[in-house]
Design a protein around this ligand. Structure first.
Ligand code: PLP
Length: 445
């Protein structure tokens, strides 16, 4: 048999990876999946504790998902949305409009979360120009959180702020305004409410001064995942919505990571009854099967792009695979299965089920903070509880290695373990996952 590991090292450039380290390591090559398990070329089975990068809903190799995709392939794989519709993209857009609140009725498709963000930024910017270019000529800035992560394109990096990922590209980015993240654990505050109110005050201050220059506020709701699972205090999202309305600033919500059941409701915005002007969806949109993203805009936004001639108010943006049939069909089946399998009820029972394990983690001397929003969990590891000193990198690697040896894959963001199980993982599998993590922390000493 070909030495796939060797070929991988020779020919594949992996994302967010220092390839020199990768080449010197003994990486897995995944060949198959079965429910909550990933299976490598040597037949080893690993519990998928990162939902294959926060996307997988039903488990791998799900017969119903496979069937829908195969059935679609038997009809057509792709035709362009330029000047024509296609069946799954129409039915999916209708379903999204029905499931999203307010009048978020107009879906613009793309294929990655980053593109969905890029589209939202361009839409928001052009909205003001189309509305009244003279009056709103200065609305050229976006407001976002300092530690935000919204993807890897130049636009999405411009509204991001994870230094490790973004600082090298600084000279290429467009200017945006940034405010602090309400990250209670790292703030000098007495309570979550104090953290929330302090940051909301800061936002109001910026909006007061700059509202005539701000096209939109962009926010990942409830939990900033890639920034280190930074859980927002309750009421923060609602507070941001209130300020956007007060200062007439558009609200763009990035549900690429937290959407599709991850936090215990289909969309995270439901938790605080918030209705944005634009919402970005990706990852779990297709149950984690094929790449699709969507930027869904309100009727008010969409209507501002209606004009008489081609260049007149038109949104001049698109991608070759915009509205691809196979991916839209997968997303449609995913949404049907959310109903048929009562996935939200399952997630809610899982959230309750894991609570004792989260408490057990909180008791460990190496654990400084456990932050959870539904089935999206960050475990911040420290070497000193008082000083909140991050646990050294070698020990974190050891923990991940032990997990792998025990048949579990999770990932880390620095000293934070990120646990994002396949959404439909069974309670027994969740028990196994947390038992392995707790033992790995103990054994890594
Ligand atoms: N927005 C958020 C909140 C994300 O977590 C991510 C990816 O992790 C993105 C956007 C970008 O999505 P993609 O990696 O599909 O481009």
């Amino acid at each position: 048999m070909m030495d796939l590991k060797q070929l991988d090292k020779e020919y594949v450039w992996h994302p967010f990876t220092q390839m020199k380290q990768y080449i010197e390591s003994d990486p897995l090559v995944i060949e198959r999946g079965e429910g909550s398990y990933l299976i490598d070329t040597e037949g080893n089975r690993y519990l998928d504790g990162y939902a294959s990068l926060w996307v997988n809903v039903h488990g791998h190799n799900d017969a119903s998902m496979n069937e829908a995709i195969i059935d679609q392939l038997g009809k057509i794989a792709h035709s362009t949305l330029l000047g024509a519709g296609n069946v799954p993209s129409i039915l999916l857009a209708e379903q999204l409009a029905k499931r999203l609140p307010g009048n978020l009725n107009k879906t613009f498709y793309s294929d990655t979360g980053s593109a969905a963000i890029e589209i939202a930024l361009k839409m928001a910017y052009q909205y003001w120009k189309n509305k009244d270019g003279e009056r709103y000529k200065d609305r050229n800035l976006f407001l976002s959180l300092k530690e935000a992560y919204h993807g890897d394109t130049i636009g999405s990096i411009s509204v991001g702020g994870v230094d490790l990922f973004h600082s090298v590209f600084e000279p290429l980015l467009f200017k945006s305004l940034k405010v602090n993240t309400p990250h209670t654990y790292r703030m000098d505050v007495e309570s979550e409410e104090e953290a929330r109110d302090r940051v909301l005050d800061e936002i109001e201050h910026v909006m007061e001064r700059h509202h005539e220059q701000i096209a939109a506020f962009i926010l990942e709701p409830l939990m900033q995942a890639a920034a280190g699972m930074l859980r927002h205090p309750d009421g923060f999202l609602k507070g941001v919505e209130r300020l956007c309305r007060k200062y007439d600033i558009l609200l763009i919500i990035d549900e690429v990571a937290v959407g599709f059941g991850r936090t215990g409701t289909l969309f995270a915005i439901e938790k605080e009854d918030v209705i944005p002007d634009i919402i970005c969806l990706g990852k779990g949109l297709t149950g984690g099967y094929v790449p699709l993203a969507a930027t869904v805009a309100s009727d008010e936004i969409y209507n501002m792009f209606l004009g008489d001639g081609y260049g007149d108010q038109t949104f001049l943006h698109g991608h070759t695979y915009t509205g691809n049939q196979v991916t839209c069909r997968a997303a449609l089946r995913n949404l049907e299965l959310f109903d048929e399998r009562q996935i939200i009820a399952h997630v809610q029972s899982s959230i309750e089920y894991i609570e004792p394990y989260l408490d057990a983690l909180r008791q460990m001397e190496e654990v400084g903070d456990v932050r959870a929003q539904g089935l999206m969990i960050g475990v911040e590891l420290v070497s000193n509880q008082q000083a909140k000193t991050p646990l050294d990198a070698a020990r974190v690697v050891r923990i991940l290695e032990i997990c792998k040896e025990e048949g579990l894959i999770i990932r880390n963001l620095g000293s934070i373990l990120t646990i994002v199980p396949v959404l439909m993982m069974s309670h027994d599998e969740l028990k196994r996952l947390f038992t392995i993590v707790i033992q790995a922390i103990q054994q890594s000493k």
